[in-house]
Design a binder for this molecule. Structure first.
Ligand code: COA
Length: 444
């Protein structure tokens, strides 16, 4: 990390002792460990900072993704998301995110060949997926089957071996669509459709999801491109909950399959990858345009939230939402208009003029329109976070690689403030006082 300039310091006066400390400020940040020298007594532990949910703590130095939430900017390795969505493909963007630079023609061809030739799964994985109930959530199936991959590739534990890490990277990016599609086919009781190496990455995913009796599945190019763009938009988003899970679990030096399983588990939660599901449920519940004003009134009264609006980081229109909105129009040309779109547009129109939302800087986020596209393509709501997980795999691996190569990183291990009992002596069971709970007492 770059050292702070001499004049960039923070002076702290400890009112407990009257002592002054000068602490370097680098990148607008002080190092929490610099606080440790601040003590009342020599044998004190030293000052700590308290930051539940890491709302004001940088946990790493990163070179991957840049977000300016106030201005609505998102860049991967310096390239604006708008340009990547327009010009790039998901696989090229994944290469960029992982390697730091756009590939030349030969590098891209080699990268694509390697991903395409690792899409098959060991046949035993099928038996494994067969064991799930027909109504198992596909995210549960994905978490378990990715974790299971670690048992098929025990050499993945050699996480300090560059060649092994690259091999697992090919496998993970290549096999995620296959696992996702197998989970989906199991859910709907259809035979698994195998990868077709002649198709593009998103085209092959559509093939494995939707192939029926035809000899060769021909993906619709508009839908194929829509999936590709959605995947570009979801590829990384700096230190979000699942990226943090990937780094945290990976910092124990576990294999990448186990760490990705943890990251997918983090994504499964409704506050993270589940929001686009919530948008569709909300739109279904509102039902018709006439009900929109009443719904907005309820939200403003604190009865529920306008799902797909607002973001911890973006206090402006989420740049991904703008791209997705345009994409939705192209998809609906092929699939027919999703009737819920008119509802979504009306909600957005009203919310963007309403002072409740304007004052709180609540704008549509990435999830507001993405679910409508996935639904139009024919996917059930449960599959939305699964598609998110496929796209985010490249970001998770890049975060993990960066963590492993950062000499400042160690096993992640936060501190705590202990407010529990002081030391006390063990009480044998016959000497413990029985205290009935309130309900037990009421029953007597
Ligand atoms: C994303 C989200 C969790 C960010 O939350 P946050 O940064 O912690 O912001 P807060 O929850 O503190 O909200 C700030 C204010 O805006 C309001 N607000 C935030 N999001 C809102 C929404 N979607 N609908 C209505 N009000 C909302 C809060 O009630 C709060 O109002 P108050 O100051 O009067 O109490 C939040 O905006 C949200 O729940 N959005 C809906 C879910 C969603 O779309 N998530 C996907 C994110 S990609």
């Amino acid at each position: 990390m770059e050292q702070g300039k001499k004049d960039e310091t923070l002076t702290i006066l400890d009112n407990r002792t009257g002592k002054k400390y000068e602490i370097p400020v680098t990148d607008g940040t002080i190092r929490a460990m610099d606080l440790r020298q601040i003590k009342v007594l020599d044998d004190d532990f030293g000052l700590m900072s308290y930051d539940p949910a890491f709302t004001n703590t940088a946990s790493c130095v990163s070179h991957i993704t840049y977000i300016d939430g106030d201005k609505g900017i998102l860049r991967y390795r310096g390239y604006p998301i708008e340009q990547l969505a327009e010009e790039s493909t998901y696989l090229e963007t994944a290469y960029l995110i992982l390697h730091g630079e756009l590939p030349d023609e030969r590098e891209l061809a080699e990268w694509m060949w390697n991903i395409t030739h690792h899409t098959m799964l060991h046949e035993n994985i099928k038996k494994f997926i067969d064991g799930f109930h027909y109504d198992a959530h596909p995210m549960g199936m994905l978490i378990s089957s990715v974790a299971a991959l670690s048992t098929f590739y025990p050499e993945a534990r050699q996480i300090h071996n560059t060649a092994s890490r690259l091999k697992q990277t090919f496998r993970l990016i290549a096999k995620m669509p296959t696992l996702a599609a197998f989970a989906y086919r199991h859910m709907i009781g259809m035979p698994y459709a195998y990868p077709d190496n002649d198709l593009s990455y998103p085209g092959n995913l559509l093939n494995m999801l939707f192939k029926m009796t035809e000899v060769r599945y021909n993906p619709n190019p508009v839908l194929e491109r829509a999936i590709d763009v959605l995947f570009i938009l979801h590829a990384d988003h700096e230190q979000n909950c699942s990226a943090n899970a990937m780094r945290n679990v990976g910092s124990s030096l576990v294999d990448p399959y186990s760490a990705i399983a943890a990251a997918i588990a983090a994504l499964y939660g409704p506050l993270h990858g589940g929001a686009n599901e919530a948008v569709l449920r909300m739109l279904n519940e509102i039902g018709t345009i006439e009900h929109v004003p009443a719904f907005i009134k309820k939200v403003k009264a604190g009865e529920g939230r306008l799902m797909g609006f607002g973001h911890r980081v973006y206090k402006n229109y989420d740049p991904r939402a703008k791209i997705i909105k345009r994409l939705a129009d192209e998809v609906f040309e092929v699939t027919g208009r999703n009737p819920l779109l008119d509802l979504a547009l009306e909600l957005e129109r009203i919310a963007l003029q309403d002072e409740y939302f304007v004052n709180r800087r609540l704008y549509p986020n990435v999830d507001f329109y993405s679910g409508l596209i996935y639904q139009a393509i024919g996917l059930p709501i449960d599959m939305f976070p699964v598609l998110f997980a496929i796209a985010r795999t490249s970001g998770w691996i890049a975060q993990w690689e960066e963590m492993l190569q950062d000499p400042e990183q160690k096993i992640a291990r936060p501190r705590q403030i202990y407010h529990g009992e002081e030391q006390r002596d063990y009480v044998p069971i016959d000497k413990r006082k029985y205290q009935p709970s309130e309900s037990q007492a009421a029953e007597r």
